[in-house]
Structure formats: C-alpha cells, structure tokens
Write a protein that binds this ligand. Structure first.
Ligand code: HEM
Length: 344
C-alpha cells in the first residue's frame, strides 16, 4: 500500500476544505485509505470518515489537543501511557474504549484485571478530556474517538508525525472480561512470528508491523515485565553488556519489580527513530525489540527506519491508521458513553 504525504494546502483541497486540524508538525501524514465512493464526502472506509464531527462537534480536535497538552505539562509520562492505552484497547474486542470501563461489581472483572494490562495508566485522563468535550458537544463524541485523537496528539506533541485519523467510532456496550484480554494481548516475551501474525490480522504489512513497534520509542518497561526475559535464559540471547545493565536495573528477587523500570530508548520522551538505532546496537529492551534487527524479514525495515526518520514516520502513520480502525463499532452499533468509565 503506498502512502502519500500532503502539504497542509494539498490536504485541505483533498478534503474539500473540511479539515479542522492545524498541523503542529512540519507535515501531515495522510495514510492512503480506500476513499470508497468519491460522491460521499469524507467517506473513508468501514463507516469512519475524515469529517465526521464537522457539524456535531467541530471543536473536538482542538479540545483534545489543548487538554492533553495541559495534562502532559504536569506529567510528561502521559503521551507514552496514552499511546499504549490505545493499543491495549484496540487489541481487545476492537477500538471501542472498553479498556476504560470500571468493573460494575466485585464479581465481574473487566479487561483491566488481566496481568497483561500491568502498567496501563491514564484511563482517567481520557475521561477528563471527555468531560471537556461533553461541556461543548454533549452526547456527540465517543470515548473511542477521543482515545484515538489523544493518542495521535500524544505522538505529535512528542515530536512525531501529525497523523490524520478518520472518526466515527462508537463505544462498546458490552465490556469484555479479563480472560478475553488475557487471550488477545501479547505476552511481554512474544516472538517475531506471532507478532507479525498479530499485526497481519489488522491488515499491516511487515514494514508497518515493524514501524508500529516504533511506538516503543516512548516510555518505559517495568522490571516485572522483564523478569522472564532476564532470568529464564532460554527466552532469547541478550547482548552481554546490555544484559548486565538490565540485570543491575532489575535484580532477581527485587522487592520493587512493579515500580522499578528501564527506559525503552535513551530519548524516552521523544517520538523519534532512536528505538531502531538502539535495537540495531543490541539494546532492545523486549525480546521482540532484540529479534527484529536479526531476522531477514524485518532487518531491512529496522535499518531503513534507523537511517531515515521520515521513512519511519510514513510507515508508522499508515500502521497507526490501521491499528486505530481495527474492529470498530460504527453507525447504530454500540453507544456514545457520557462517562467513559461507566456504561450508563
Ligand atoms: C508485540 C507487540 C507488543 C508487545 C509485546 C509490547 C509489550 C510492551 C511491554 C511489556 C511494555 C512495558 C509495560 C510496562 O512494563 O509498564 C510496553 C510498553 C509500551 N508499549 Fe508496547 N508492546 C507491543 C506493541 C505496542 C504497540 C503496537 C504500541 C502502540 C502503538 C505500544 C506502545 C507502548 C508504549 C508507548 C509503551 C510505554 C508505556 C509507558 O511508558 O507508559 N506497544 N509494551
């Protein structure tokens, strides 16, 4: 699938002037969606469209951007947390904001009870942004769309591309339980074959699958998630010097595996291509980060992305559009929640 980057001017012409976004980075990254019926203004695919809130909430993108920026000023870990939150939402039952739901009773355990959601944060941040949106456009914008918009702002405000995302998702009215999350989310030690299969199910090419893992340019990994890689030697072969560093950071039998962590790459707050440079140098924190530069299917992409950040940004934008459009509810499906953490 080819990818075209439009200047702001070109892009506005393509959308017939319906764009409300002012790009905050040098370029808008416009994934090459199937435009479908060109007579249907703004139609993209699967019920999502680029001008979905044109009439009902034209301010939504601005409100999400302003809210996330102000929240991130007081807590700079917010962008990384929001980006991972989006992946974990989309991976379980689709991008339907189900991860934001609190348990309704002590008996029913939501997906957050899965141990694979360890370290997930900032669910309440999406609800705070939702409240700001509700104050201006009551009952119009779904929590699922707010989460996608917040994730793309998180990327852009960290120095990454400003990705154009179609909107119109609805929120789930049936929360999955933690077993479904356990079955759908990847293990921290997942291998390359399983990873490529996971992203192929979302329509991603190998290059896009490598690119989406470039999300690990942001944030941290807690020692809890490294224990099996570090202390079960059969998991994979780690660069000896890096292994010493990881083991010193996450010693066996530590009392604080849930709070100690290592950064995912040296520029942990910046969305850049250092993750790929790091991986090539044998400093990939997770097993998958270390495997990709060594496998002939993925190595050429790792090298291309490490060499040219713009190439990474293009492939990441295309992959992000696929991830954030996977298994969405649209039209009359699902609901628009008023409070993202509750069904009613
Ligand atoms: C095979 C797929 C993946 C695996 C196995 C994986 C695994 C992990 C693990 C174990 C962590 C550390 C969590 C912690 O200890 O707190 C992490 C962090 C993170 N992941 Fe992934 N991940 C995958 C794909 C993705 C994707 C597709 C995205 C986003 C598009 C993503 C975004 C992030 C971010 C931003 C962080 C840092 C979170 C923070 O600092 O709060 N990951 N990932």
């Amino acid at each position: 699938m080819s990818l075209r980057i439009y200047s702001v001017g070109d892009f506005c012409r393509v959308l017939n002037g319906s764009l409300h976004t002012v790009a905050t980075s040098a370029s808008l990254f416009y994934p090459s969606f199937d435009q479908g019926n060109p007579q249907s203004k703004g139609y993209v695919r699967g019920g999502l469209s680029l001008n979905f809130y044109e009439q009902s909430c034209p301010q939504v993108e601005y409100i999400v951007r302003a809210s996330l920026r102000s929240i991130s000023l007081t807590d700079p870990t917010t962008p990384a947390a929001i980006l991972r939150l989006l992946f974990h939402d989309c991976q379980v039952q689709g991008c339907d904001a189900s991860i934001l739901l609190d348990p309704e009773s002590d008996i029913f355990q939501t997906e957050m009870a899965s141990r694979k959601n360890f370290g997930i944060q900032k669910r309440e941040t999406i609800n705070t942004i939702k409240a700001a949106v509700e104050a201006v456009c009551p009952q119009q914008v779904s929590c699922a769309d707010i989460l996608v918009l917040a994730a793309r702002e998180a990327i852009a405000m960290s120095g990454g591309p400003m990705i154009v995302v179609p909107l119109g998702r609805r929120d789930s009215s049936s929360p999955p339980n933690f077993r479904q999350a356990d079955a759908s989310l990847p293990e921290p030690n997942i291998g390359l074959d399983a990873t490529l299969q996971l992203f192929a199910k979302k329509g991603m090419t190998v290059g896009e699958s490598v690119a989406i893992l470039g999300a690990h340019t942001l944030g941290v990994t807690h020692c809890f998630n490294l224990e099996s890689r570090l202390y079960k030697p059969e998991v994979d072969k780690i660069d000896p010097q890096f292994e010493i560093f990881l083991k010193m950071s996450c010693p066996l039998g530590s009392f604080t595996p849930n709070s100690s962590f290592v950064v995912n790459d040296p520029t942990t707050l910046l969305f850049d291509n250092q993750y790929f440079v790091n991986s090539i140098n044998g400093r990939g924190v997770l097993k998958i980060d270390a495997e990709m530069p060594l496998d002939p299917r993925t190595a050429p992409f790792i090298q291309a992305f490490a060499y040219d950040q713009e190439v990474f940004f293009e492939a990441f934008s295309s992959a992000f559009a696929k991830l954030s459009s996977s298994n969405v509810l649209t039209g009359n499906q699902g609901v628009i929640r008023t409070n993202c953490n509750r069904l009613y």
